[in-house]
Design a protein. Structure first.
Lengths: 500, 115
């Protein structure tokens, strides 16, 4: 089924096309919209096929598994690809209004397409070395996007971001090498099948922990998350939002993939570590956010804290917990992107990200305030928005698994998240603007292109409400995804028996 | 041979981590370079080394006559080298630019974005 490769080819094609049209900014903008729209379209088509058939497997070049490179899309992969399409489209819309000319001259749009290709590639591949390659495609595009503009903060942030991500790649690569030495295969399904026959389980545990560290750095899990709050608030808001929505989630996705289908031999050992990681990630992220007074830094620390919930879903390793984790990923990608985009609008109008200098937005822009409240409440877990169900499922799974400590942490972190969101609400929207007499934001920024920005934010906010109101069908999707993850036999058979 | 390689790989990893912990950004990049090369050598070593047995199929045969060296790790290493080269080129430009903008090569003075 050649549809599996489409989510990679479409952004690559549009990326190449935008490169060819290097001098034509307007053409690149239009291609940004058309390309992400096309990506969303093929992603939805792929999702429909996966929904109907269970799995889509494609052996590249006609080499049957485990010899060739295999693309294998199951429910989780298909959901992630759709979310990539949604986020990509939202960012393209937002960029229409917010990207400075200088950034467009230096390849903003080609890089965005390449990043999306890398992200989508990571979600559809069924080959561990190929996963490494897509990680690198994504990373190099993100390096360039992060430093585009070349300001001092960006350079400082980029050095930390680049170093830690390259370090994690080296660990990932070493782990792949050792795994290949042990098993002689790179196909994930084949690895999953052969790993049970290895007698040297200590060696397997070492490899498992190496993967955990490598993906933990990418996912910004405790104690490896420091690169994230040091860099995510430095680039253009559109870039921040794209990173916040997708990049860490690729790490989480890889953890979900490896620690369900492949490393399920010693759950008591590996997943116990993950429980601790999850609890500490949630707590340290939310406490970091509580101490911050810069809009995007608060949001960056909240990414860390939310990653903890997703890892908790994986760590508890019950069907309900995995469902909760998958649901949480879906909810989080949408909500986090929205919040970053809102910070872009307030920055455009008031010219600052510092909470103490912002203010008066509720008086001057009530619509924007509502658009902030929806994702903010959703992040904190208010019913009936998507975050409520996501948190509810994970916490319910924690109670059922009788993991009292970590469940208590999850509840406490939910409360502290609400505190952070009310802090932003009170400072940015509710209080009067500090410098002006009318109490409205000074408004030095131009209003050109605000319409595009609002469209992107409103669309994503609508997605949050949609997920919240359609909790049951979305839950069913997450359930299918979790079921596939917890029954690796089906994945293995589907991949190894598929005809090229 | 494997034992020797194991020591070399270990020493390279150690040197890489040591260099990355230094304060100078140039040494940081040297550390990254060593790290990616150490990972490449590791793949090469753990996949099993075999001397003088190229994976060639004799003419007319379907399979090689005797056991041959595994060509796949070399393909992996080649891919990884190319990727590492690209990333390294970027890092070198990055530290040069960072040095220009920040005006120092000392990592301890690049704390503006930390919290």
């Amino acid at each position: 089924m050649s549809l599996a490769v489409a989510p990679i080819l479409v952004p690559l094609f549009f990326g190449a096309l935008s490169l060819a049209l290097w001098r034509y900014r307007i053409a690149q903008r239009v291609l940004g919209l058309v390309g992400t729209l096309a990506l969303l379209a093929v992603a939805i088509r792929l999702f429909q096929v996966v929904h109907a058939e269970g799995m889509v497997v494609l052996h590249m070049g006609g080499w049957a598994a485990p010899l060739g490179i295999t693309l294998a899309v199951d429910m989780l992969g298909a959901i992630m690809v759709v979310l990539t399409g949604i986020t990509g489209l939202a960012i393209a819309l937002f960029s229409m209004g917010d990207t400075p000319e200088r950034h467009e001259h230096f390849g903003y749009y080609p890089l965005m397409h390449l990043l999306l290709a890398g992200v989508a590639g990571s979600f559809v591949t069924g080959d561990i070395f190929n996963l490494y390659v897509w990680f690198e495609v994504m990373l190099i595009a993100s390096f360039a996007l992060l430093t585009l503009g070349g300001e001092r903060a960006q350079m400082e942030g980029a050095i930390k971001y680049v170093t830690l991500n390259l370090f994690s790649s080296a660990i990932f690569l070493s782990a792949v090498g050792i795994l290949y030495g042990l098993l002689g295969t790179l196909n994930m399904a084949d690895i999953a099948q052969k790993i049970d026959q290895v007698e040297n389980t200590a060696m397997i545990n070492v490899v498992a922990v190496m993967f955990m560290v490598a993906f933990g750095i990418k996912a910004s899990a405790f104690p490896l998350f420091f690169w994230l709050p040091a860099s995510y608030h430095t680039p253009l808001v559109g870039v921040s939002a794209l990173f916040a929505g997708l990049l860490t989630k690729v790490g989480v996705y890889a953890l979900f993939r490896m620690f369900t289908i492949v490393f399920d031999h010693d759950v008591a050992y590996t997943h116990e570590i993950l429980v601790w990681v999850a609890g500490l990630t949630m707590l340290s992220g939310v406490l970091g956010a509580a101490a911050q007074y810069e809009f995007r830094r608060i949001l960056s620390f909240h990414i860390v804290s939310q990653i903890g919930y997703m890892i908790l879903g994986l760590a508890l390793y019950t069907p309900l917990a995995i469902i909760g984790g998958v649901f949480y990923i879906m909810h989080h990608i949408i909500v986090k992107t929205t919040l970053f985009l809102v910070s872009g609008v307030t920055y455009r109008i008031a010219g600052t990200h510092e909470l103490k200098d912002l203010g008066g937005f509720f008086r001057s822009r009530p619509m924007l305030s509502v658009l902030f409240l929806i994702p903010a409440f959703s992040l904190a877990g208010m019913p009936p928005l998507s975050g409520f169900f996501a948190k509810f499922i994970v916490i319910r799974a924690g109670v059922e698994a009788e993991a009292w400590g970590v469940t208590a942490v999850a509840l406490l972190v939910g409360l502290l998240t609400l505190y952070s969101m009310t802090k932003i609400w009170a400072e940015v929207f509710w209080k009067a603007a500090p410098d002006t007499e009318s109490g409205e934001p000074a408004g030095q920024g131009s209003t050109v292109g605000l319409g595009w920005m609002y469209t992107a934010i409103a669309g994503l906010a609508a997605c949050t409400v949609f997920i919240g109101l359609n909790g049951e069908p979305i839950y069913a999707l997450a359930e299918t995804a979790a079921e596939q993850l917890l029954n690796p036999d089906r994945y293995i058979r589907a991949v190894l028996e598929a005809r090229p | 041979m494997e034992t020797l390689m194991a020591y070399i790989v270990g020493a390279m990893f150690a040197a890489a981590v040591y260099m990355m912990l230094r304060r100078s950004i140039v040494k940081l990049v040297i550390g990254l370079m060593l790290l990616s090369n150490a990972a490449n050598l590791l793949i090469f070593t753990v996949a099993g080394m075999r001397q003088g047995a190229p994976p060639l199929v004799p003419e007319g045969a379907q399979m090689p006559a005797s056991a041959v060296a595994d060509p796949l790790p070399q393909a992996l290493v080649l891919t990884a080298i190319v990727i590492a080269f690209g990333v390294l080129a970027f890092s070198v430009v990055l530290i040069h630019r960072a040095y220009e903008v920040v005006g120092t090569d000392d990592l301890d003075r690049m704390k503006d974005t930390d919290t």
